[in-house]
Design a protein. Structure first.
Length: 266
């Protein structure tokens, strides 16, 4: 029996995939036969096969965490598996180095809601690229109907992930549109509709406290309001006074009023 000591010294790695992972690894035949020389040869000459691993539908975000580890490998098959894991990691490393923390690239390309410094903005094209969660109507005390209508969107993959874990995954972006409503008689009755957009509330999930010290981040989210005239620059200054108190009743559901979003129910 072979005894090989393989030391993998790795950092935590997180990366983003769209719908598939591209894995480079030694050819399966070599792995199965446990042909160490063949594996070494292939690894050295980069005669590796490329395999696409499809991810489940809707799983736009995946996180792979590899911890610093040392392992002793007792069988050839395990050695082959370990080598291919190391190759996968080596292949993925260039993709994760540099740029914003991967978990803040929070949606499809061009749709991000936060930059690497933690500045939020209204993501472009959220109306077509994001998932619709639900709406709120704020009653008008002065007469029948609503004075405001709010429509809430979430970055791609949020619904599937929330249904699976009842948690918002790292990087989730939520956008709430605020409309002034108008009410008029229609053939269905007295009806309020969204008449004029006045601005957006944006929240971005951060499970790791990346922006500690930034007053617009805390309690697991980045928080900002945007006037309709400037979707890329917030007027918010401190989430504790601008947002948190009002979201207190939703603290148990990660500060989000989930009861308004039936699509999140399992
Ligand atoms: C006056 C109280 C109040 C303030 C201030 C407030 N919120 Fe909210 N927010 C709510 C309520 C209540 C809801 C759900 C019902 C609604 O939209 O009227 C909500 C919903 C949201 C939503 C949709 C997701 C969810 O939680 O259901 C986002 C996003 C949001 N708020 C972000 C913010 C941000 C960011 C700030 C600060 C810049 C903020 N809110 C300030 C009360 C508030």
């Amino acid at each position: 029996m072979w005894r090989v000591q393989v030391r993998l010294r790795l950092w935590d790695i997180k990366f983003r995939t769209s719908d598939a992972l591209v894995v480079r690894e030694p050819k399966r035949a070599a792995q199965q036969q446990g042909d160490v020389d063949a594996i070494r040869r292939e690894s050295a000459t980069s005669a590796l096969q490329t395999r696409r691993v499809a991810l489940p539908r809707g799983a736009v975000w995946r996180t792979l965490e590899l911890r610093r580890s040392t392992m002793e490998v007792r069988s050839l098959r395990l050695l082959a598996a370990t080598i291919s894991a190391a190759v996968v990691v080596a292949t993925l490393l260039p993709q994760v180095s540099g740029g914003a923390p991967a978990e803040l690239r929070n949606s499809v390309d061009g749709q991000s809601a936060a930059d690497s410094q933690g500045n939020l903005h209204v993501p472009k094209d959220y109306r077509s690229a994001y998932e619709y969660l639900g709406s709120w109507a704020i009653a008008d005390e002065k007469g029948p109907g609503a004075k405001q209508i709010h429509m809430v969107y979430a970055s791609p993959g949020t619904v599937a992930a929330y249904r699976a874990n009842a948690r918002f995954p790292d990087g989730t972006a939520l956008v709430k549109e605020v409309y002034a409503a108008a009410t008029s008689p229609m053939t269905t009755g007295t009806v309020s509709h969204a008449a004029k957009l006045t601005g957006w509330f944006v929240m971005v999930r951060d499970n790791h406290g990346h922006h500690a010290g930034n007053k617009l981040w805390g309690d697991g989210w980045g928080w900002s309001w945007f006037d309709v005239t400037n979707p890329s620059k917030t007027t918010s200054t401190d989430y504790k006074t601008d947002c948190r108190q009002c979201h207190g009743p939703a603290q148990a559901t990660e500060w989000v009023y989930t009861k308004g979003y039936p699509v999140l129910e399992r």
